[in-house]
Design a protein around this ligand. Structure first.
Ligand code: AMP
Length: 427
């Protein structure tokens, strides 16, 4: 029987890689919380209808990429392809916007899209994001963008290219849709199948097509459809970014795949990611979304950043944290009699805050020492029959390669002194 494989487009995150993942999640939480954003979690699966309404027909996500299923009770559910609609549902459903406006939240977790897997594109992908719900202001748009910018800065990722555009309000977008329909209609016969459908149901998405990119490049820019008020809003966002020292590229064809964006749309690009996978993350203002989900009209702005792609950029740059070691201390028993004594010592050391592995295997001491090295430990505590009888332990500094016999009560202090950091280990 062949061994079971992981599903296509999914990856295991093995222990050696966890430090890099943890750092990304912790850095994002730290930067978001420094701006007053609080953590939120929503379910992994949601009503299919929420995504159909909230993301919209004519988007690749809804048309092709959702993992949807029907339960035996007849509920239509979908593994979340993104977190914005659910976050808005959760915040407005709990009336958090009545306590404070905007409600500032950040999230992290896996999303699911039945996409064609390749480097930087997975079927289980991981995103971190923020949402600011309840206020329409250029200052908030710029605040959200700045959090993303500072996050990449804190991770040490250079070369971020912030692409930004404005899609205006509902009327502007309606005008812009018509402009695109007028522009693309004479080229209808030469369009790909997807675009022939998009022109009917979601003309903005025509600009996202890779096959018809030559047309997108000469299509009318979104700025042609902006009202003076919308242009002023966009200028204010750009002004706030300038004041924050954040550079950006105005990209008049950036529309983002999703239906509900209004005004500001942006993406963080990076040169080390190529082709269609060059976006590290993106977001924008989604003032129409709350109503589409059945809530009172409530403005919002946010972003989602790809964790998988941030990792690729860090790895390509040879950056990122060193892999964590397994433990600081290995307690080795020599002989069956001393196992209980060794286990008690291990427990005592853990209670003092150390990371400790008990090696009770029946093997020679030199093998145990080699194993402790492999685990990344700095200290070995060795006990055999003699130590058990005398209530002592041999504490060996694996870096200095020297050892001392100490009384059981002195083991914690001796180990702490060797590790030199009062408990946590400094690896
Ligand atoms: P989106 O909202 O679709 O623009 O996604 C935001 C970010 O999530 C993208 O810029 C990517 O970094 C990441 N992302 C989206 N889809 C995938 C995927 N299939 N695999 C890996 N990362 C993805």
């Amino acid at each position: 029987m062949p061994p079971i494989q992981s599903p296509k487009g999914t990856r295991d995150i093995l222990p050696a890689d966890m430090a890099a993942w943890d750092e990304i999640y912790a850095t994002h939480a730290r930067v978001a919380e420094a701006h007053g954003y609080r953590a939120i979690q929503t379910p992994i699966f949601e009503a299919t209808e929420m995504f159909e309404r909230g993301i919209g027909a004519g988007t690749d996500i809804v048309d092709k990429e959702m993992y949807s299923f029907e339960t035996s009770g007849g509920d239509r559910l979908t593994l979340r392809p993104e977190a914005t609609p659910a976050t808005l549902r959760a915040v407005l459903g709990a009336h958090l916007d009545q306590e404070r406006r905007p409600v500032r939240v950040h999230y992290a977790g896996p999303m699911f899209r039945h996409d064609r897997p390749q480097r930087g594109r997975y079927r289980q992908l991981h995103q971190i994001g923020v949402e600011a719900i309840g206020e329409r202001s250029p200052v908030i748009d710029a605040e959200v963008i700045e959090i993303g910018w500072r996050f990449y800065e804190a991770l040490g990722i250079d070369g971020i290219d912030l692409q930004i555009n404005s899609l205006g309000d509902l009327d502007d977008r309606r005008r812009y849709r018509q402009m695109l329909v007028d522009f693309y209609t004479p080229h209808l016969a030469g369009l790909c199948d997807d675009c022939r459908r998009r022109i009917e149901i979601n003309p903005l998405r025509l600009l996202d097509c890779n096959q018809d990119a030559h047309l997108a490049a000469i299509a009318p820019p979104a700025s042609n459809a902006l009202s003076p008020a919308s242009s002023e809003y966009f200028e204010s966002v750009l002004g706030c970014l300038r004041d924050a020292g954040i550079t950006c590229t105005i990209n008049r064809h950036l529309v983002r795949g999703l239906d509900y964006y209004a005004h500001t749309a942006f993406e963080f690009w990076h040169t080390s990611l190529h082709g269609a996978q060059n976006a590290l993350g993106g977001g924008g203002r989604y003032d129409g979304l709350a109503e589409v989900l059945g809530f009172p009209a409530t403005p919002g702005v946010g972003y989602a950043l790809g964790v998988d792609r941030a990792l690729i950029v860090l790895q390509d740059a040879g950056a990122g944290p060193a892999a964590a070691t397994d433990a600081d201390v290995v307690v080795c028993s020599l002989g069956a009699e001393s196992v209980g004594y060794a286990a008690a010592l291990a427990r005592q050391l853990r209670a003092a805050g150390h990371r400790v592995i008990l090696d009770a295997a029946e093997r020679r001491l030199d093998r145990k020492l080699r194993n402790a090295d492999r685990l990344g430990a700095r200290v070995c505590v060795i006990v055999g029959d003699n130590e058990l009888a005398a209530r002592t332990a041999m504490v060996r500094d694996l870096g200095q390669r020297d050892q001392q016999s100490v009384a059981v009560d002195a083991v914690n202090n001796t180990v702490t002194a060797i590790l030199g950091c009062g408990g946590e280990g400094d690896k």
